[in-house]
Design a protein around this ligand. Structure first.
Ligand code: G3H
Length: 540
């Protein structure tokens, strides 16, 4: 690895850390949440080390920012039991609660959560190295997602509050919950992506066990009280640990839905642990290697701007990041020059530094892994096209622009999930098309071009390869009301505000032949409000 001699000075001394963002003493998070109680853990703890190194005089050194429980099988199974009691075969208080009462709990949670913004944002910066504006955006987007979910549920509930009469049969069709959910989010959006499954799962009436992400665990500490106060016992459990807790939860066979954002390999292993895989619904957000195709007709100003954001936002650690760029050979040199100049303008630094764009990488060993990918590509004929690309200093990694990238370089097909921009030239459009067709992934892609005929010719084959084709725009998940999904190894199920409500529920109906007796029966139930399912009340 080439070490950047100038970068260590970017790591702060303890005195240079702005007080409002500092974590001067380690946070000891000994509590976890189970059955509506904060339990104090007396066993093994896991140490949380920040990717932000602090210079105490002898050069930058890792800072321990806290510790949290490394729970064991018994703790995991206690959460399964608590979720099972809250579910109680669908007869529990939560799954049978009226929708407006569940909404009130979720709104109460959102209110309490909002009060913890500063604490959560600070931990996002220290645990995963996310910049201050991006950490704030993650928090705010999550609160907005909760509000949008409530609105979407009201719409859904209004649409289900009427009877359907078909061939003489009267029916009320609603969506019913599925049962206990295991919810596992990723380290790059430890709050937002976890909540985009947790909140819809909850609000539809399912009890949820949250296994905090591999990185980004401490930030759940400030939220435990809000969970405990807003929801009935057993409805939400928050656990800290590793596979030692996940395996018993899955093997118990008592989980109805697995909501998992992470690697396809891990998702496959989890699914197979369930003793009755056919009873398990999976909502999965997995790997991706989104491609951009830069055509001869591309507007280069716009293309470079979108590519820099698309490849390097949060250091390229987004499942939606553009992870390979195909460029028409006639525009390659121009693109490389401009991307290289663009990368030079992206400041490296600490998450709270004004205007910072490249921040420390939170995964231990990631700089070494990225360096390996670069060396592999170099050995097969590619070069780093930006001056000091690929230089490292501890957890900081200067983005590398690699060209020309081709098979069999690893970076041509592997998801780098970091600040490397592989660029592959083409003369025949079949080259990128085939690469996308033969890729194991199928989340999104971007087309940069202004020739309507050529763009349209490419859109048609691409929409059957990926689930979102972006025109002259980077790949992204948002707005959160848009469907977010993928083909092949990239996803299972669709997550948008409204689709997620469907993912965590099943269409269920009460139906009756329209005999006079049945009409009288139904009318009485409705008038006397005897059932929460069979009801024509609607939410305003
Ligand atoms: O890591 C995957 C995220 O869902 C990406 O969301 O495109 O809004 O950054 P984003």
């Amino acid at each position: 690895m080439t070490t950047i001699t100038s970068i260590p000075s970017l790591y702060p001394s303890a005195a240079a850390i702005p007080g409002e963002f500092d974590i001067p003493a380690p946070v000891s998070q000994e509590d976890y949440l189970v059955d509506g109680r904060s339990e104090r853990w007396g066993g093994e703890m896991q140490t949380v080390v920040s990717p932000i190194q602090v210079d105490a005089g002898a050069g930058p050194a890792p800072r321990v920012i806290g510790s949290c429980p490394m729970l064991d099988e018994a703790a995991a199974l206690a959460a399964v039991e608590a979720a099972g009691r809250a579910w109680d075969h669908g007869r529990g208080r939560w799954p049978t609660m009226r929708v407006d009462d569940r909404i009130r709990c979720v709104e109460e949670f959102a209110r309490r959560m909002s009060e913890k913004r500063d604490a959560v944002v600070r931990l996002l910066m220290w645990e995963i190295g996310k910049s201050l504006p991006d950490s704030r955006a993650e928090f705010d987007r999550t609160v907005e997602y909760i509000r949008d979910t409530v609105d979407a549920l009201k719409d859904l509930d209004r649409a289900s509050s009427r009877f359907v009469i078909e061939k003489g049969i009267y029916a009320q069709i609603r969506r019913a919950p599925l049962g206990p959910v295991l919810c596992m989010g990723p380290f790059n959006y430890p709050l937002n992506e976890t909540f985009t499954t947790l909140i819809p799962a909850l609000i539809m009436g399912n009890p949820v066990i949250v296994k905090t992400p591999r990185l980004g665990k401490l930030l759940y500490g400030p939220l435990l009280e809000a969970f405990r106060e807003a929801f009935p016992p057993g409805v939400v459990s928050v656990l800290y640990g590793d596979r030692r807790i996940v395996s018993p939860i899955m093997r118990s066979g008592k989980i109805g839905v697995l909501a998992f954002i992470g690697s396809s390999k891990a998702a496959d292993a989890l699914r197979l642990m369930h003793p009755h895989p056919h009873r398990l619904r999976c909502i999965l957000g997995l790997d991706a290697k989104n491609a951009a195709i830069v055509m001869e007709s591309a507007d280069m100003d716009l293309t470079v701007q979108e590519l820099l954001a698309g490849t390097l936002s949060f250091n390229g650690q987004r499942c939606t990041a553009i992870k390979i760029v195909f460029v028409h050979e006639s525009r390659a040199e121009e693109l490389l020059e401009r991307l290289s100049a663009g990368i030079d303008t992206l400041p490296l630094g600490m998450p709270w530094d004004e205007g910072v764009r490249i921040t420390p990488l939170p995964e231990p060993g990631k700089p070494a892994h990225l360096t390996e990918l670069i060396e592999d590509a170099k050995g097969l004929g590619a070069g780093v096209r930006n001056g000091r690309g690929g230089e490292t200093a501890l957890s900081l990694f200067r983005p590398a622009l690699l060209y020309p990238v081709a098979e069999p370089m690893r970076v041509y097909r592997e998801e780098q999930f970091g600040p490397i921009i592989p660029v592959a030239p083409f003369t025949d459009m079949e080259t990128p098309i085939e690469a996308i067709m033969n890729s194991g992934y199928g989340q999104q892609m971007s087309i940069f071009g202004s020739d309507p005929e050529k763009v349209a010719e490419l859109v048609d084959p691409m929409v059957n390869q990926v689930c979102r084709v972006n025109l002259n725009s980077q790949c992204q998940r948002g707005p959160d009301t848009f469907p977010f999904t993928g083909r092949k190894d990239s996803a299972e199920g669709t997550l948008s505000v409204s689709d997620a409500l469907r993912c965590f529920s099943i269409r269920t109906l009460v139906a009756a032949k329209g005999t006079p007796g049945n009409k009288t029966l139904i009318a009485d139930i409705l008038r006397q409000r005897r059932s929460s399912f069979l009801s024509t009340d609607f939410l305003l």
